[in-house]
Design a protein around this ligand. Structure first.
Ligand code: EPZ
Length: 417
């Protein structure tokens, strides 16, 4: 199993071209199932989660080819309405294929996605909405079987929580149907709008994506489409943190700063000088980062839960005491034990992390706990004296395209062996 080896202490400077967003590419690949024709996605990141989504599409009879950051999907009628348990388990977000399969086949059999490092990850909100769309839902022996039983002309759905995945599943399950759906308390993350933009380009009628009420007027079919995946705002926050903890000066291009406003506010509050326009951002870190007011993760446009570990890693190097409150996932703090091995002083009380800034960190042998926690370990290792090793980097490779090459490009001492 490969590991990352990072010799900390280097000031990161230079330019990084930001990758496409994993959390947009995955629902877009599911949406390609609805297209009566071909789909060409640009700026699709080369990630293990994207490869897993492509394997699911292949298993359903869709011919996919990924060349660099382009993914071409040739549609067909799905060979079947089920995804194998092995494929479902490979990736947490495979549940987003549920809505697409239902739209195409009128039925679907998937496995209840297992828990993951962040907590149980239930899909009750997805299934309740799917029932309101006119599907029966039966769960037995770890399988979920859905079947269309009626097609309501109009349906009002209000999600109990603004779930990103549930919002995506409702849009996918209803955009080629005979129903008009009014979805309330919808997730407002940029990835939702990217999905709606893709589908509308193909001929769908989806209005209000990015607000908390999305209207989907089902159409008979949607056609071939070419689309560029939005930039990855969480990967952007990761490289901002790498600059922050090393006193660095990094320019990030191919970014969408409109998606970064809440994140930019926190790094500015820490004392970073941030200059940005629509699709580039330059961050220059101060000699010493400042503590910040208590910050809590919440739904978009609030501070994103996925950027929480990166913010906490940065605050380890800030002077004074900062507090971060995680409100979305139960086990988001698993990575903190690993940061402590480097010398971080963080106390955790349930979902509250209290970070005491330290001036010295020392290398250690770490192990990734999850995707964003692993990224936080990489960030903090960049500021630790000595050579840190990081094991189980498959977690990081789910969401970061060649992280070692990207960081080496801004003079980090990092290698994968
Ligand atoms: C998406 O996950 C992202 N994943 C997550 O990113 C991100 O953290 C999350 O949204 C929140 O922004 C992808 O887009 C592939 P949710 P998702 O449904 O859709 C609870 C990363 O690091 N919930 O908005 O699964 C759930 O347990 C990943 O890239 C229910 O209780 O998130 C969680 O506590 C991690 N029942 C909260 O809602 C449900 O039916 C947020 O979940 C659904 C969700």
């Amino acid at each position: 199993m490969a590991k990352l080896y990072i010799e900390g202490g280097k000031r990161l400077t230079g330019k990084i071209k930001l990758q496409g967003a994993k959390n947009s590419a995955l629902p877009l690949l599911a949406a390609s199932m609805l297209v009566d024709g071909t789909t060409l996605l640009h700026n699709c990141p080369n990630l293990s989660d994207v490869s897993a989504a492509i394997r699911i599409l292949d298993s359903l009879g869709y011919k996919c080819t990924q060349t660099g950051n382009d993914v071409f999907v040739k549609a067909s009628m799905p060979l079947c309405d089920c995804v194998s348990p092995e494929l479902m388990q490979e990736m947490r977000s495979s549940v987003v294929f549920l809505g697409a399969i239902l739209a195409r086949c009128g039925s679907a059999t998937v496995t209840t996605p297992g828990g993951c490092e962040l907590g149980p990850r239930p899909i009750d909100i997805h299934l309740k909405a799917i029932q309101e769309l006119g599907f029966s839902v039966e769960e037995n022996g770890g399988y979920i079987c859905c079947k269309r039983v009626n097609m309501p002309k109009e349906v009002d759905i209000t999600l109990d929580f603004a779930s990103v995945g549930a919002t995506e599943n409702v849009i996918l399950a209803s955009c080629i149907s005979g129903s008009t759906v009014y979805l309330h308390n919808a997730a407002k993350e940029p990835e939702i709008k990217d999905l709606a933009d893709f589908l509308n380009k193909a001929g769908a009628k989806i209005y209000g994506a990015g607000t908390d009420t999305v209207t989907i007027i089902g159409v008979e079919k949607i056609n071939s489409v070419e689309h560029t995946v939005i930039p990855d705002r969480i990967v952007a926050a990761t490289y901002m943190s790498a600059a922050a903890v090393t006193g660095g000066d990094i320019e990030i291009t191919n970014i969408n700063c409109e998606h970064m406003r809440r994140i930019i506010a926190s790094y500015s509050e820490m004392g970073c000088d941030i200059v940005f326009c629509e699709n580039s951002l330059r961050i220059r870190a101060p000699e010493k980062l400042r503590r910040i007011k208590a910050t809590r993760s919440t739904v978009y446009p609030g501070f994103p839960t996925d950027a929480g570990p990166l913010l906490v890693a940065s605050l380890v190097k800030a002077s004074g005491t900062s507090t971060f409150v995680e409100t979305i996932f139960e086990n988001r703090f698993n990575y903190i034990d690993e940061l402590r091995r480097l010398g971080a002083d963080i106390k955790v009380y349930n979902r509250v992390a209290i970070v005491e800034g330290v001036s010295k960190l020392n290398a250690a042998n770490l192990c990734c706990t999850d995707l964003r926690g692993g990224a936080a370990e990489v960030v903090l290792a960049l500021a630790a004296d000595g050579i840190t090793s990081i094991d189980k980097i498959h977690h990081i490779e789910r969401g970061y395209e060649k992280i070692e090459e990207t960081l080496s490009g801004v003079f980090a001492n990092i290698k994968k062996e």
